[in-house]
Design a protein around this ligand. Structure first.
Ligand SMILES: [Zn+2]
Ligand SMILES: [Zn+2]
Length: 304
């Protein structure tokens, strides 16, 4: 605790002009170069309006994740200014000359169809929330607070590991607004930005609070429904005792089994189609069985 206090003092004197507490993760506005902001505060501010909180000039980028004065990351800020000619009509789009894309001629290679990733996509498509596991000595699950994340480099690196893979689920993060795959630089900068952003959120707010602040902060990037599920799953992973994604994948439970096989489009292949053979009158039983299975699994994982 003392060490943390000393470390913060080094950078101190600096108070974030947005939240008025001392700066913990510095962010600098470009091009105006103002620096008395917390990363999370500044980015949340810029989502509302892309102007500097201090000098009101247009901000085009944020420098963050400083390892040294010359080693940091850059995030391109999307302008909130209304465009002079809103490109609502298709004519505008068609007549617009295509930009030369020499650097990105070769489209960003689609991620290799990794079965674990396809399953994660399936989870989002089907809106499957992993079943709750109670925290106790046997399950070794524990409940999480922002303080735990702030003080544990271990939790932070586990969070990063999981988030890095989970963000690959959302192909829209890897495409530019025209729908063509964006170049590698943009792609990795989007994902890197979100990674840092989410870890900052974890350190600041309680992600368990449903319909909470974390959800508001993230939904702009992932959409409301995805965000809700994403935060649920992230919390489940962080609460778990697992240190490897493979172990979590093997143990996490949903109300239905995740598929084993996928087609070329990445859609799940049903290995058997029991529904076809069953008459309509059987289907309520099916639902009840699924419910029962869910309740049973929940019971098995509940605290004693
Ligand atoms: Zn702040
Ligand atoms: Zn400024």
């Amino acid at each position: 605790m003392e060490a943390t206090a000393a470390a913060t003092k080094d950078e101190a004197g600096d108070v974030c002009v947005i939240c008025l507490s001392s700066v913990t993760e510095r962010a600098i506005t470009a091009p105006c170069n103002h620096y008395t902001f917390d990363f999370l505060c500044l980015v949340s501010w810029l989502q509302e309006r892309s102007t500097c909180p201090l000098c009101k000039s247009e901000v085009t980028g944020v420098q963050y994740d400083f390892r040294s004065p010359s080693d940091y990351k850059n995030y391109a800020v999307r302008s909130t200014r209304p465009p002079p000619n809103p490109p609502t009509n298709t004519l505008y789009r068609q007549s617009r000359p295509r930009l030369p894309r020499h650097a990105s001629r070769r489209p960003y290679p689609p991620p290799t169809p990794d079965i674990a990733l396809l399953r994660r996509r399936h989870v989002y498509r089907q809106k499957l929330f992993s079943l709750h596991v109670g925290s106790n000595r046997i399950s070794r699950y524990r409940n999480l607070t922002p303080e735990m994340v702030t003080t544990s480099p271990d939790l932070q690196s586990r969070a990063r590991m999981w988030i890095r893979r989970e963000l690959r689920v959302f192909s829209f993060l890897h495409t530019d607004p025209e729908g063509t795959p964006s170049d590698e630089a943009t792609t990795s900068s989007n994902a890197e930005f979100l990674l840092t952003y989410i870890v900052s959120i974890l350190k600041t707010v309680d992600i368990k609070a449903s319909h909470g602040h974390a959800e508001d902060l993230l939904q702009e990037f992932l959409g409301r429904e995805n965000t809700r599920l994403f935060l649920h799953e992230l919390n489940a992973w962080l609460r778990s005792p697992f240190t490897k994604l493979e172990d979590w994948d093997r143990n996490v439970q949903y109300r239905e089994r995740l598929p084993e096989e996928f087609d070329r489009e990445g859609r799940a292949i049903a290995t058997e189609k029991p529904r076809r053979r069953w008459s309509r009158s059987r289907s309520p039983t099916l639902t009840r069985t699924a419910e029962w299975r869910e309740r049973d699994a929940a019971r098995r994982h509940a605290p004693d």
